[in-house]
Design a protein around this ligand. Structure first.
Ligand SMILES: [Zn+2]
Length: 309
């Protein structure tokens, strides 16, 4: 399951590959499970639009789009040229009204809309040539003006595709942007185990199971400890550990990005070497005690009984 560092890696790869390109047309498969917006709305929001940026919000991939919705490619091109020369909002709006499928829940604005991709468990994005074989479980193909295609593939269909007008916000604070003070305030009064608080997406967005376990190990805190029982010093150590673990994983991911985005996706990522996650009964890398595994609100948690208090 892709976690924040993997999504960040994918996002950087996509940003490099498709920013500046225009989506000419979109094919959407017949499986509705992954569509959080109606297929017609997604097609209308994407077709004729230029990709201006790909970024991350929690574990969501956010594709910022410009150009009038639902217009033909030539109209889309005219729209974006108008903007780059300081074209007026009025002009763009008019284009949107002209478009036959414009505005199905998605308003045309000058910085016209966002395409949100959540990879779920097994979702992946692939930028490839149109002649490349279409993988099983391909749910969306966006034909790009450059001649390439962006495909979304998801065998287990826990992924989600949707479109938003602008300012998509999944809630919570970005773990890589949260300040130490904000971090302390988020967890100080929580009565829940610190592990579940770390996984609570309304507090920090995008910290998953693996990185929560690894951060708690580095901070020397047992996953079951009540968040409110942690000292300031422990919270401070946890803050630093979360940042460190995510940054290290992103740095490692950066080198494997081409494999993941271009190829069939089986290559995966260079993983951060896990110190506790998935190492039940194996010796702790620090003290040689056996790593323990417990279940907290349905999720496996791994810790060292000696190093974590
Ligand atoms: Zn240990």
């Amino acid at each position: 399951m892709p976690e924040l560092p993997e999504v960040e890696t994918i996002v950087r790869g996509l940003d490099k590959r498709i920013t500046g390109d225009t989506i000419e047309s979109v094919w959407i498969g017949s499986r509705p499970q992954i569509l959080k917006s109606p297929a017609a709305s997604i097609a209308a929001a994407l077709e004729g639009r230029k990709v201006v940026r790909v970024h991350r919000a929690g574990k969501h991939i956010v594709v910022d789009l410009a150009g009038a919705a639902g217009t033909t490619l030539s109209a889309g091109k005219r729209g974006s040229r108008a903007r780059s020369t300081g074209g007026s909002v009025k002009k763009t709006r008019k284009k949107a009204q002209d478009g036959s499928r414009a505005d199905e829940g998605v308003r045309a604005t000058p910085t016209a809309g966002q395409w949100i991709i959540h990879l779920g468990m097994t979702g992946r994005t692939v930028v490839c040539e149109p002649t490349d074989e279409i993988a099983k479980h391909t749910h969306l193909i966006a034909k790009l003006a450059s001649g390439r295609e962006l495909r979304f593939i998801d065998p287990r269909m826990f992924g989600k595709l949707s479109v938003h007008a602008s300012g998509f916000d999944p809630g919570g604070i970005e773990p890589l942007e949260v300040t130490e003070d904000q971090f302390m305030a988020l967890f100080r009064r929580r009565k829940t185990p610190i592990k579940s608080a770390l996984l609570n997406q309304k507090l920090l967005r995008g910290v998953g199971n693996i990185y929560a376990d690894e951060s708690l190990f580095r901070a020397g805190i047992r996953p079951r400890r009540r968040a409110s029982s942690l000292t300031k010093d422990q919270l401070r150590r946890l803050y630093r550990a979360v940042q460190e673990v995510l940054a290290e994983a992103i740095a490692l991911g950066g080198s494997s990005v081409s494999d993941y985005v271009d190829a069939d996706g089986e290559e995966g990522f260079f993983q951060l070497q896990h110190r506790v996650y998935g190492r039940e009964n194996e010796p702790c890398l620090v003290c040689k005690s056996g790593i323990r595994r417990i279940v907290i609100v349905g999720r496996s948690s791994h810790y060292c009984p000696q190093c974590q208090k």
